[in-house]
Design a protein around this ligand. Structure first.
Ligand code: B3K
Ligand code: ZN
Length: 866
């Protein structure tokens, strides 16, 4: 398996102005005829470079010709996934016919079938599974695509752009030609053919363009498309208001498919979505699901500018489009819902999963320097940390200059394939700042650490903050240079009054900041709003954290103070657990939580966030050596203690939030439901029968999936095994025909930590609703068990690891991308206590000892074993 390096980048010697494609879609095969108009790139001087096309090793080439002359096998070379033709003219037409077997394509890359419909996934390198092509993002071409298929089986034929011609052959087959006027890289190509229902709406852009909005799905799901449509219209308006960006075609299409490797794909004018990110209905979709639909619909729409009109020069620049677009969708969701709650959710994910990635064997910079398989780099680092990097630019420049910078970026580079340096250069141009040091955020991996200390001189009323920054080594990078870090802070008096607030800019390893006229020793509120993706340490007392929890004007830091306190207390219990001393739950925490629970003026969504204990995964990330049992038992102890100490208050909160109103997915109702279900979870944690009754009642009476599923999972994870079995069976009977609901049913059982978890998931893998070829099913069963059910996955005898490795070996042959993704939990073996670590390592070794691994799995396993 070959490694590709950023430093080896060379511009393409050959450009493709136009691409004409014709697909003959049949049950047993698909014939693809591609006609490329090829020209020498005027900017590349070496005219003798061969034409380089990419094509999957297994793809059948039926015919290849230049200007009508057939090429024989000796006229070109095929090496791996490359096809080279020497001595071609300055400009010519290349014709290429390939034969594909979409029904056998289980990797779900290129052209494949999902539930009987044809669809494509080309990012990053799927187009080379369709035809031979310079399949690289810096080759942009105008596409015209004709689809031919049986009319009865595939009445809907879609591709990018606008339909310009259609017809029938009189023998049951029909065809449609689509024309996309915008030049695009091959990774944005898409087609769909199927028997689909459609929801249609219209949108008028500010400058008056009338856009037809069409969302396609299987006919049974037609009633689940309204929320995605509303989200799309909101996103279109928002991008005009906040970024001045309008849509640029007459049609915008979204198609929902059930077999999909990730969330969704921004193909020009024809987004293809995992059903889980587009279908939404109160009866089948949870609040979280609704929010995901809103966010992903917006994300893919925003890509039309940040990704499609301006795209990436090479795949090392992936964060150029992904980091920026995640930042854009996060701000959109913040504007549509609660800004603080959205920030808390995003930061929790970053701290739990991205920080762990940054500390693991696959750690890489936001702009990676090398890869074996680019699919392995669609990561939390490129997406979420990349978004934090863009957010820091926004913080450093301020909203107005940032907008000027994004305007300049879009204006300068419209129609181009560019780099993260070009993005930063636009920000430099409008601000007059040198952002050279800032760019280390793109090139250095690892999570920076800030150690903050302070001193106060009561005589001079001077307060001094000392900040030391460092960043641990990561693969291939032993020493890091200091970053430019925006550090938002406030200084609060003991009574909570704010004495100062502002942004400090860190540039050196050690820096001091002095504040004058501070009348008494302040409590610092540090890293407000999580202004940089770092780990911040400051030696807070419990009292200071409690003060911040109730007084900090920065909502995010109020939450964070509470989390810091919980983490500290949990870590103390973990120590007690290891020392064999009884654990305790301090009265101060109970008192603080009681106040939060009783204060009816607070936003229920915020209260929920504050009263949720840090997850086991987050505690694991924070631990020096991960002791799974200590984490689980300490957290369970605290949960039960807080449940019992505040039983009356939980009940009051439950009753207060249980308003009986009709379901609506808006932020306020969602917030109330989140507190209601959190309260119910704590009531259930007491293990007392009356709360089982209450939960059961909620299960039976709820009119929406949020409340029903919350109740189900509480019972399913409880010691009331009989009721658990009963409800799981009832739920199955009720929802067995809703694939997305069945994913939840699998996930609830896979994340059940009670005795016998592995046996249960093994059985579920045999269940008729489980389908190992469907990535959503795999993620629900295997993904949830290994990432959500830590105490079961890490069972002492290593049985969880063997089970996962068995799956990886089986899936690698079928769908390498998904296999490599599911493998992640095993790769963190170095972080665990010795016995578990070596059991994990043994399974990685067993995988790598297998012949013919995909590049995807090979890269992850080999890097984890170093
Ligand atoms: N750009 C796609 C991701 C494609 C992943 C390919 N392995 C979805 C998105 O980020 O919008
Ligand atoms: Zn994206």
């Amino acid at each position: 398996h070959e490694t590709i390096y950023l430093e080896d980048y060379q511009p393409p010697a050959w450009l493709i102005s136009h691409t004409e494609l014709r697909f003959e879609l049949e049950e047993e095969q698909t014939l693809v005829r591609a006609q490329l108009s090829v020209q020498a790139n005027p900017l590349v001087s070496d005219k003798r470079r061969p034409l380089e096309l990419f094509g999957d090793v297994d793809m059948e080439l039926c015919r290849l010709s230049i200007d009508g002359e057939i090429l024989e096998a000796c006229d070109y070379q095929r090496k791996g996934d490359r096809l080279l033709i020497e001595n071609v003219p300055e400009s010519f037409t290349l014709e290429c016919v390939t034969r594909l077997l979409p029904h056998e394509n289980t990797a779900l890359e290129g052209l494949y079938k999902s539930d009987g419909m044809f669809c494509t996934q080309c990012e990053a390198e799927g187009f080379r599974r369709i035809t031979f092509f310079p399949d690289r993002p810096d080759v942009m071409s105008i596409f015209r695509t004709t689809l031919v298929a049986d009319k009865a089986l595939y009445p809907v034929l879609l591709s990018n752009g606008n339909p310009i011609e259609s017809g029938e052959d009189g023998e049951g087959r029909h065809w449609v030609t689509w024309d996309d006027p915008w030049p695009k890289p091959s990774y944005l190509f898409a087609l769909v053919a199927g028997d689909l229902a459609m929801l249609e709406d219209r949108y008028t852009t500010t400058s008056g363009r009338e856009v037809a909005l069409r969302i396609y799905a299987e006919p049974k799901d037609l009633d689940k498309l309204d929320y995605a449509m509303q989200s799309l219209k909101n996103a279109m308006r928002w991008d005009e208001d906040v970024y001045g960006r309008e849509y640029d075609l007459d049609i915008y299409m979204i198609v929902a498919v059930d077999f999909f490797n990730m969330g969704a794909m921004e193909n020009k004018g024809l987004n293809i979505f995992n059903t889980s990110c587009v279908l939404a209905h109160p009866k089948t979709t949870t609040d979280q699901g609704f929010q995901r639909v809103e966010g992903v619909v917006a994300h893919e729409y925003f890509h039309n500018w940040s990704g499609n009109r301006v795209t990436c020069r090479d795949w090392f620049q992936l964060s150029l489009k992904e980091g920026f677009t995640v930042f854009r969708d996060a701000e959109f969701s913040a504007d549509m819902n609660s800004r603080t709650v959205k920030r808390i959710e995003d930061v929790s994910l970053l701290r739990t999963a991205q920080f762990a990635e940054d500390a693991g064997p696959m750690a890489h910079p936001v702009r990676p320097e090398s890869y074996m398989e680019i699919s392995n780099f669609y990561t939390l680092t490129v997406y979420e940390k990349g978004a934090e990097v863009v957010r820091m630019l926004h913080t450093l420049l301020g909203a107005d200059l940032f907008r000027k910078g994004s305007d300049l970026y879009f204006e300068r580079h419209d129609g181009q394939a560019v780099t993260t340096d070009d993005f930063v250069a636009a920000m430099e141009a409008v601000s007059g700042r040198d952002l050279g040091q800032f760019k280390r955020w793109y090139s250095q991996a690892g999570t920076p650490r800030l150690e903050v200390s302070d001193s106060y001189n009561p005589e001079t009323c001077e307060y001094t903050l000392t900040v030391r920054q460092s960043c641990p080594p990561s693969p291939g990078q032993d020493h890091k240079q200091p970053y430019l870090i925006p550090l938002n802070i406030g200084l609060l008096a003991e009574d909570g009054q704010e004495l100062y607030s502002g942004m400090l800019e860190l540039t050196k390893e050690i820096q001091q900041f002095r504040f004058d006229n501070i009348a008494s020793r302040p409590v610092p509120s540090l890293l407000r709003g999580f202004s940089a993706p770092v780990k911040l340490e400051y030696d807070y007392s419990d009292e200071q954290l409690l003060m911040l929890l109730s007084n900090d004007p920065d909502g995010f830091n109020r939450w964070d103070a509470g989390q810091r306190l919980c983490i500290r207390l949990l870590q103390q219990q973990m120590q007690r657990y290891r020392d064999g001393v009884p654990m305790t739950c301090p009265e101060t925490l109970v008192t603080a939580w009681r106040q939060l629970l009783l204060d009816e003026s607070l936003d229920p969504a915020m209260v929920t966030q504050c009263l949720r204990l840090p997850s086991e995964a987050q505690l694991a990330e924070l631990a020096g050596v991960i002791d799974v049992a200590a984490i689980h038992d300490a957290r369970e102890f605290m949960r039960k203690a807080l449940a019992e100490a505040l039983e009356q208050e939980w009940l009051m909160a439950y009753q207060r939030c249980d308003t009986g109103e009709a379901y609506s997915p808006d932020a306020e109702s969602t917030g109330r439901r989140s507190l209601k279900n959190l309260a119910l979870a704590y009531l259930m944690a007491t293990g007392r029968e009356p709360w089982l009754e209450l939960t059961r009642q909620q299960y039976e009476q709820s009119d929406n999936m949020t409340d029903q599923l919350a109740a189900l999972s509480l019972v399913a994870h409880s010691e009331f095994r009989e009721t658990a079995e009963e409800l799981l069976q009832e739920f199955y009977q009720q929802w067995q025909h809703e694939s997305l609901v069945m994913n939840q049913w699998l996930a609830v059982q896979a994340s059940d930590p009670t005795e016998g978890a592995l046996e249960r998931v093994k059985e579920l893998a045999q269940h008729p609703i489980f389908d190992a070829r469907n990535p959503n099913k795999l993620r629900s069963l295997i993904g949830s068990f290994c990432a959500q059910n830590l105490s079961s996955f890490h069972a002492e005898d290593g049985s969880g690891y063997i089970w996962l490795a068995d799956w990886i070996l089986k899936l690698d042959k079928q769908n390498p991308q998904v296999a490599a993704r599911l493998l992640t939990p095993l790769t963190r073996w170095k972080r665990y206590t010795a016995e578990r670590g070596s059991l994990m390592r043994a399974q990685l070794q067993r995988i790598i000892d297998t012949n013919e691994l995909s590049a995807d799995v090979y890269e992850v396993v080999s890097k984890s074993l170093i």
